[in-house]
Design a protein around this ligand. Structure first.
Ligand code: SF4
Length: 107
């Protein structure tokens, strides 16, 4: 018989990255980070903006097109466009956080 101390962690079992264990979204079980509708709850985006693992999260989701929902404060469509333009997670965060109508200064 295997004791509880010998059982692998859930994240290890499914090869999920360690940062997911401490992700801020886990403290908000009432929010739907993977909604059943196409609209992302702005409250989820606000939580993501405060999360210490935002960059890791977005990088993870950029590399996995099958993942849906709010990852790193981005929507599915934003990640699709980011992949097409080969944006890094940092560049996509900059774009996602840019106020509507604001353009990046170009030299
Ligand atoms: S960035 Fe958002 S979805 Fe990703 S781990 Fe943090 S809180 Fe969760």
């Amino acid at each position: 018989m295997v004791g509880a101390a010998e059982l692998p962690e859930f994240d290890d079992l499914f090869q999920r990255p360690g940062w997911m264990r401490d992700a801020l979204c886990r403290e908000y079980p009432a929010l739907e980070f993977v909604p059943t509708v196409r609209t992302i709850d702005p409250e989820c985006v606000e939580v993501c903006r405060k999360c210490l693992f935002r960059l890791e999260c977005l990088d993870y989701a950029i590399g996995r097109p099958s993942e849906v929902g709010c990852w790193g404060g981005s929507t599915d469509n934003q990640r699709v466009r980011g992949r097409l333009e080969r944006l890094t997670a940092v560049e996509l965060i900059e774009r996602v956080d840019r106020p509507p109508g604001a353009h990046r200064f170009q030299r």
